[in-house]
Design a protein. Structure first.
Length: 191
């Protein structure tokens, strides 16, 4: 497994190659290296999987490719790409709300044998059940590794708001997981 420093150097080399000659191989290497992370981020952010997430990822890469010449390396490429995903997810949410389409509970794969798979599915479902504002902060901070200051920039909320939503999201997630283990339905509180 490569370290973050090695990934950054490799990313920088690939970005330079792509920008210099529009090297398709360099772009493909970037795409393959970062799409699994971006897909997981979008999936958790939207609380679903499938076509909606695929569309967000495609649009994110289109925008990122267009703006790659302006990438200033103040953050890691992965963090920069994650900003496109977050913005595209927000737009997808707005479109969905505008069409009055109910959120899907989550198109999760059929459970595979084993306790780990069951725990992962329970966690994904609990994440999907969190209110959107709480889920966004939890995914960005705990799962994607963004700082509260970065979340402030991505979601246009104060860093203190990000901290309080993270606290509430963690509590709600614990309650949902505990209720699931007990076999009862629980709805997270929003404050």
């Amino acid at each position: 497994m490569s370290s973050a420093g090695e990934r950054t150097t490799a990313d920088d080399d690939l970005v330079r190659r792509y920008l210099a000659t529009r090297d398709e191989g360099a772009f493909l290497a970037l795409y393959r290296a970062h799409t699994p992370y971006l897909y997981a981020l979008a999936s958790r952010f939207l609380g679903t999987r499938g076509a909606r997430v695929d569309e967000v990822i495609q649009e994110s890469w289109v925008r990122a490719a267009e703006r790659l010449p302006s990438f200033d390396r103040r953050s890691a490429l992965r963090t920069w790409l994650g900003g496109f995903v977050v913005n595209c997810c927000r737009e997808e949410r707005r479109r969905t709300t505008a069409r009055r389409v109910e959120d899907l509970p989550g198109e999760l794969p059929a459970p595979a044998a084993g306790a780990q798979d069951g725990l992962r599915i329970d966690l994904e479902r609990a994440l999907g059940a969190l209110p959107t504002d709480l889920r966004r902060v939890l995914v960005l901070f705990d799962l994607a590794g963004y700082s509260h200051q970065e979340i402030h920039g991505l979601l246009d909320i104060a860093a203190g708001t990000s901290k309080s939503r993270l606290f509430a999201a963690r509590r709600a997630l614990r309650d949902l997981l505990a209720a699931g283990a007990a076999g009862t339905e629980a709805r997270p509180e929003t404050r």
